[in-house]
Design a protein around this ligand. Structure first.
Ligand code: AR6
Length: 174
């Protein structure tokens, strides 16, 4: 199942949530700041031990005080107005689903829910409409290439009205 909701990703009861992270996996602003604040200082400590990443890469951490089971930290690209950023943004979605699938198998679960914020569309400046297009295309692509990943319920959590409308429109045209 793929769904779209409007709200705060930190307040809802998903199994896994994705953080729009920076390459150092450090506390930041936006959704990253909200996640670190609610997870508590142990998340800062844990993330300080993670090796630095590049745009498109992901890491997993415990959720500490958040209601979810774990956090997937995806390094979004900083938008430069170049088409090269598209592949890195797609990799965030692809690699997050792959890591969620690994988590599901490791924990012998039949299903997990995976919630995404609109990666890179805030502080990193990616245009909302093209980011939405990449997110949907990538999720559809991985589900069709690896049908077992359909056991992962994908939830796009839109914080801003502009994203909510874009994602709803994409959902209606599925
Ligand atoms: N729940 C869901 N979405 C949210 C929330 C929330 N609580 N808060 C903001 N958003 P941004 P980026 C949306 O700026 O552009 C940080 O400093 C927001 O409306 O959080 O990938 C990191 O450490 C927007 O649609 O992330 C990096 O340095 C989306 O989340 C950098 O910012 C992403 O906006 C990453 O920038």
């Amino acid at each position: 199942m793929i769904s779209v909701i409007k709200g705060d990703i930190t307040g809802l009861d998903f199994d896994l949530i994705v953080n729009a992270a920076n390459a150092k996996f450090m506390r930041g602003g936006g959704v990253c700041g909200a996640i670190f604040s609610k997870a508590g200082p142990l998340l800062d400590e844990y993330c300080a031990s993670l090796p630095e990443g590049k745009a498109g890469e992901v890491r997993i951490s415990p959720a500490f005080d958040l209601p979810c089971k774990a956090i997937i930290h995806a390094v979004g690209p900083i938008y430069e107005g170049l088409t090269k950023n598209a592949q890195d943004l797609a990799s965030c979605y692809w690699n997050s689903v792959a890591l969620a699938y690994e988590y599901m198998r490791e924990h012998e679960l039949d299903k997990v829910s995976l919630a995404f914020p609109c990666i890179s569309t805030g502080i990193y400046g990616y245009p909302h409409d093209s980011a939405c297009d990449i997110a949907w295309k990538t999720i559809k692509k991985i589900r069709s290439a690896f049908p077992d990943t359909k056991a992962i319920d994908i939830v796009f959590v839109c914080y801003e009205q502009v994203d909510y409308e874009l994602y709803k429109k994409a959902l209606r045209s599925l």
